[in-house]
Design a binder for this molecule. Structure first.
Ligand code: NCD
Length: 299
């Protein structure tokens, strides 16, 4: 089983992940180790920087009793010598039971899956997809709002290059939700994603304003590293800032989410607000990834 994208993920699969995550949640909180994946090895191949995703996969694997190998800096691996992705994958498959991979190229995870029979988990492929983030985002919504169906969710910030947005939009599209896309005009979401969601019966709106009373406001970082031209980045770098002042215009019950890292789009002064849930959200990365690893590698 591979986890490459949320685009064609079935609602029943997502629900199974959420159900398992709920079971893993108290285990993650108590930091007690299980033995479900004892004797199994996970390879984490990070061709791009990561803090949360890498550490939470590693923690999740160890909490399930497994072992982790891998690299988080391609400059110190043979990639630097010009090894192809295909060769790296062919070699690593004989060392590990599954691979978690982050890569700057869109489609890299799907490509890797063509060269191996061991499970590939996409931890981000360029600006395309980041499916395990979307699953932990859904778990956060379910846990904090007690449901997903019936909610209105505003996805804001860099909708063009943000892979967390693309994954979450498609994952939400399996539920009965309304989605509002809020971005500067230059960073609007791709037309085909809007079309896919509309064909799935989702109510979709677009705006350039983040003042919202939606049930959830999901903010994202402007993805500086994806801009072909730094001047284009500078024009939109401070498009949205959620601070004490702008927070007054957000709904009283609107949950504020962010995949992190944040740069300047949420000021630390609002961290104490009861609506701010981004640190709780990142903590759900552990039980969600425990659930995913147990489904992918468990017996
Ligand atoms: C995100 C990513 O890598 O896409 N980070 C994460 O995994 N939480 C978001 C980002 O980098 O902006």
């Amino acid at each position: 089983m591979n986890i490459i994208s949320t685009r064609h993920m079935k609602r029943s699969f997502i629900e199974e992940v959420l159900e398992r995550t709920k079971k893993m949640d108290p285990v993650a909180e108590s930091k007690k180790q299980l033995d479900i994946l004892e004797g199994k090895i996970l390879a984490t191949l990070f061709f791009e920087p990561s803090t949360r995703t890498n550490l939470s996969f590693t923690t999740a694997m160890k909490m399930l009793g497994g072992t982790v190998i891998g690299f988080d800096n391609p400059r110190t691996s043979s990639v630097k010598k010009g090894e192809t992705l295909a060769d790296t994958i062919r070699v690593v498959q004989s060392y590990a039971n599954a691979i978690v991979m982050r890569h700057p190229n869109e489609g890299a995870a799907a490509l890797a899956a063509e060269f191996t029979n061991i499970p590939i988990i996409n931890a981000g492929d360029g600006s395309n997809q980041h499916p395990t983030q979307a699953l932990l985002d859904l778990y956060t919504i379910l846990k904090e709002k007690h449901k997903i169906d019936g909610l209105e969710i505003t996805l804001a910030g860099d909708l063009k290059y943000g892979r967390t947005i693309h994954s979450l939009a498609y994952a939400l599209g399996k539920f009965d939700v309304s989605i509002v896309f809020a971005s500067p005009p230059a960073l609007r979401i791709q037309r085909w994603i809007i079309n896919d969601l509309k064909s799935a019966g989702i109510s979709v709106k677009e705006t350039d304003n983040i003042e919202t009373t939606s049930d959830v406001l999901y903010l994202t970082r402007i993805q500086k590293e994806r801009f072909p031209d730094i001047e284009e980045y500078q024009k939109v770098a401070s498009a949205y800032v959620l601070n004490e002042e702008s927070l007054k215009k957000i709904g009283k019950e609107t949950m504020i989410m962010h995949p992190l890292p944040r740069v300047n789009e949420i000021t630390p002064e609002i961290d104490h607000d009861k609506r701010a849930k981004y640190f709780v959200q990142s903590s759900y990365g552990i039980p969600t990834r425990m659930a995913i690893l147990s489904m992918v590698m468990g017996d």
